[in-house]
Design a protein around this ligand. Structure first.
Ligand code: GLA
Length: 380
């Protein structure tokens, strides 16, 4: 059953009436600009067709929520007084989003919510940012208020920091809240300025799950962020966005910290080059830039894992020099993204199924995103 309908049916079964409406937010795939958002850098994510649907209706004093993807688990609290939930799970995001919106002066009404999503969890495709933004849109609809994409994104980021303990940047939340389906979003994480970058309609974006679920990520992620902060402090700059490669090479840095800083400075440059290549409809050049990004994430930032490297290799061999592939998201497992000529899609799909095996033998999930056109997923 389509995910949107699951949310509607789940709501009707649980609350005995039809919902007032259904809010949606997509997931995202990051094309390039990895681990640079929390360094004030430039990123190029794209919303995907998969996402989170929240069927909503007015509540009776409190917030009552039902998570259809977690065996119908429920949560209930008073809008003004959500308490932290440990260990962090979907309830942390729900309560964190309610608290984050209230902290931004955005009223949260009593609500009934039924949540269903289609983003594979642990895949680096931002299921949590999608959940938070969809919840924010449901609360906004119930209070009849218009919240800007950046208000929603900042409240969602606060939920991640304060309620789930992940010190993430702002890329995922902004991509999910402000991105346009089928188009990339060039986002400057220093000031949240953004513009849409259209991908040629004869290109395809393919997302393949490595089958390695990101686990125990938070500690590694926060450690990488800390390395970058150490580098910026040693260089005397507010963030690595302000650092140059010669500065990084010349400074007295610990070798590990120097590798992290070099990745960030070069990756910001690659994001700029990728936008130029996309706007020139030059897919072979974009492919080389994606390959360089992956190599840097593997060697310098050290957030890839062998199965993800294998999968990138399988994709790159199947695509040849017509496009490219790289890990996407925070790393330590999750999904790989490839950009390729749409005409090669079935051949590359077949090559992945023939040549890649997930470590636990799990079936390989492949998603193909439409470029240039209208959303494929909103109505699902
Ligand atoms: C995760 C974080 C983002 C970003 C990426 C890496 O998705 O949530 O803020 O840092 O990792 O680019």
């Amino acid at each position: 059953m389509p995910t949107r309908q699951r949310a509607i049916d789940g709501y009707a079964r649980r609350f005995g009436e039809a919902p007032q409406g259904v809010a949606f937010a997509p997931g995202r795939v990051n094309l390039i600009g990895e681990h640079v958002d929390y360094n004030g850098g430039l990123v190029l994510p794209m919303p995907i067709a998969a996402g989170t649907w929240v069927a909503y209706g007015p509540g009776q004093g409190g917030v009552e929520a039902l998570a259809l993807d977690f065996d119908g688990a429920e949560d209930a609290f008073l809008p003004g007084q959500p308490a932290p939930h440990q260990p962090a799970d979907w309830r942390s995001y729900l309560r964190g989003m309610a608290a984050g919106l209230a902290a931004c002066g955005l009223p949260v009404a009593p609500a009934r919510l039924a949540i269903a999503g289609s983003i594979p969890r642990g895949s680096g495709l931002s299921s949590s940012a999608s959940l938070c933004v969809a919840l924010g849109r449901a609360f906004a609809a119930l209070t009849g208020t218009e919240w800007s994409a950046s208000d929603l994104a900042l409240a969602a980021q606060a939920a991640e920091h304060q309620w789930a303990g992940v010190h993430c940047g702002i890329m995922d939340q902004m991509a999910v809240a402000a991105g346009e389906p089928g188009h990339a979003l060039l986002l400057d994480c220093r000031n949240l300025a953004s513009r849409t970058v259209a991908l040629p309609a004869d290109w395809a974006v393919m997302i393949v799950q490595s089958g390695v679920r990101r686990g125990l990520v938070d500690g590694h992620y926060n450690a990488r962020r800390a390395d970058c902060e150490v580098a910026a402090a040693a260089l005397g700059v507010p963030s690595l966005r302000e650092a140059s490669l010669p500065q990084v090479e010349a400074a007295a840095l610990d070798p590990v910290v120097r590798r992290r800083a070099r990745h960030v400075v070069e990756e910001i440059g690659r994001t700029r080059q990728a936008v130029t290549a996309i706007e020139a409809a030059d897919l072979p050049t974009l492919g080389r830039i994606l390959a360089a990004s992956h190599a840097s994430l593997r060697e310098l930032f050290e957030v890839s894992v062998p199965p993800v490297d294998d999968l990138v290799g399988v994709l790159q061999r199947a695509i040849g020099d017509a496009g490219g592939a790289r890990m996407t998201g925070g790393g330590f497992g999750g999904a790989v993204v490839a950009v390729l000529p749409a005409a090669l899609t079935s051949q590359v799909h077949a090559a992945v199924l023939a040549d890649y095996r997930a470590p636990d033998g799990a079936p390989i999930q492949i998603m193909i995103e439409q470029t240039g056109g209208e959303p494929a997923g909103e109505g699902q």
